[in-house]
Design a protein around this ligand. Structure first.
Ligand SMILES: [Zn+2]
Length: 406
């Protein structure tokens, strides 16, 4: 079995962790921001120093290719270089640097393969500056319309297309990752949850990404003076919403299979301490790997009463995502390599979404998870031990080498 270098990986994480380091001790590296462009520039510079060909497709995705001995399609690996606001340095970036470390190991150890091996940086995975998330892999796999996403604007009115052009990242459509150039896609990523950390295992072999649905529930009451409206006469939208959230919590919590659900965003209008709330909207995000469980969730939401505590109740589906199953032969190969390296691991599902799940629609794809200390992610305390980072990268290296020689 081949090994990557923990020292080199440590240096890469420290170097790239400077791009977007914010004053609150975290990373703010929004897509196509100066910090993200610096990180991508450093990636490109390092790849060119290794003698790799670097190119960019029309969605700004960056590819570094180590040629094979034959002109054939080959495996690719990668992740994203953008972050959320005040996030950590491991989400996405670890997968990018692991892919770089694999290519560097191949170059420095003189490993040649029959097929080429590529590293990819996906543009705008987080979707924080330009929604939706996983925008570029979504365009490549036909989920989103390219013209529509180029027109999506950030808070300053800059469109995604303008940001791509300004960054010089509107490359060649022919460079896109696809079945003509690529045989399989592997993404190493932090788990972003507590399972591996608590079990003490180093490697999660991801079998798929759970399905989810996302709703907005709105409650309409009547505004009135807080000092003069008698309690029995009130139609308080916030009070009604509290009852509905409680009821949804109980009903969703009793669904067999145990979906995960979150009421993460709430808006109250007019949101003044002297005025009875007139309108309240809240979000409901629910996830489960079994489509039947997600269907049960939808049944609970769609059977909400039209009226509650004197207030009108409406719900609206914002979006939904079906469960993705990764390629079983590829996940088995990842597990075999983890076992051969002597790294403890398990099969598992991902709750968060990743570019790999869209790629699976056009190519065999799989993901390697490494533990998140304390299960934390999307925050400055997001961290993975350097041993686990290296172990995951070793699994990536050996899996990719096997794919590149078949
Ligand atoms: Zn990520």
């Amino acid at each position: 079995m081949r090994r990557t270098s923990k020292e080199r990986l440590t240096e890469k994480l420290a170097c790239f962790g400077r791009f977007g380091a914010d004053e609150r001790g975290g990373i703010t590296r929004l897509s196509l921001s100066p910090a993200a462009l610096e990180a991508c520039g450093e990636f490109r510079r390092r790849c060119e120093c290794l003698g790799l060909a670097v190119r960019c497709d029309d969605m700004g995705n960056i590819y570094a290719v180590k040629r094979g001995t034959e002109d054939l399609p080959g495996p690719a690996m990668g992740s994203h270089a953008d972050s959320v606001v005040n996030g950590g340095n491991y989400d996405g970036m670890l997968g990018v640097l692991a892919a770089l470390e694999v290519l560097e190991t191949m170059v420095l150890d003189g490993i040649s393969t029959r097929r080429p091996v590529s590293a990819v940086i996906w543009t705008n995975e987080e979707g924080v500056r330009f929604p939706p998330a996983m925008m570029s892999s979504g365009v490549l796999t036909g989920k989103f319309d390219k013209a529509a996403v180029l027109d999506v604007r950030d808070a300053d009115g800059v469109s995604f297309g303008e940001a791509l052009s300004a960054a010089g990242r509107q490359g060649d459509k022919a460079a896109r990752l696809g079945p003509e150039s690529c045989t399989a896609y592997l993404e190493l990523h932090i788990e972003q949850g507590p399972v591996l950390y608590e079990s003490g295992e180093s490697i999660g072999v991801v079998q798929g990404v759970v399905g989810m649905c996302n709703y907005t529930v709105s409650v309409f009451g009547r505004a009135g003076h807080a000092g003069s409206t008698p309690m029995p006469r009130r139609r308080d939208a916030l009070y009604a919403a509290a009852g509905i959230i409680r009821r949804l919590h109980d009903d969703l919590g009793s669904i067999a299979g145990g979906p995960l659900f979150t009421f993460g965003h709430i808006e109250c209008r007019p949101n003044m301490h002297t005025i009875i709330p007139e309108e309240v909207s809240f979000s409901l995000d629910a996830r489960h790997r079994d489509p039947d469980v997600v269907r049960r969730v939808v049944e609970v939401i769609t059977s909400l009463p039209k009226e509650s505590d004197g207030c009108r109740v409406e719900y609206r589906e914002e979006w939904a995502r079906r469960s993705t199953l990764f390629d079983p032969a590829l996940t088995a190969l990842v597990k075999r390599n983890a076992d051969a390296l002597g790294y403890a691991g398990r099969f598992m599902f991902s709750g968060p979404g990743h570019d790999a799940q869209y790629v699976q629609d056009m190519l065999p794809a799989a993901m390697i998870f490494v533990p998140s200390i304390g299960g934390l992610s999307h925050c400055p305390d997001e961290k993975t031990s350097l041993d686990d980072c290296r172990n995951g990268t070793d699994v990536l290296l050996n899996t990719v080498l096997e794919l590149a020689d078949t």
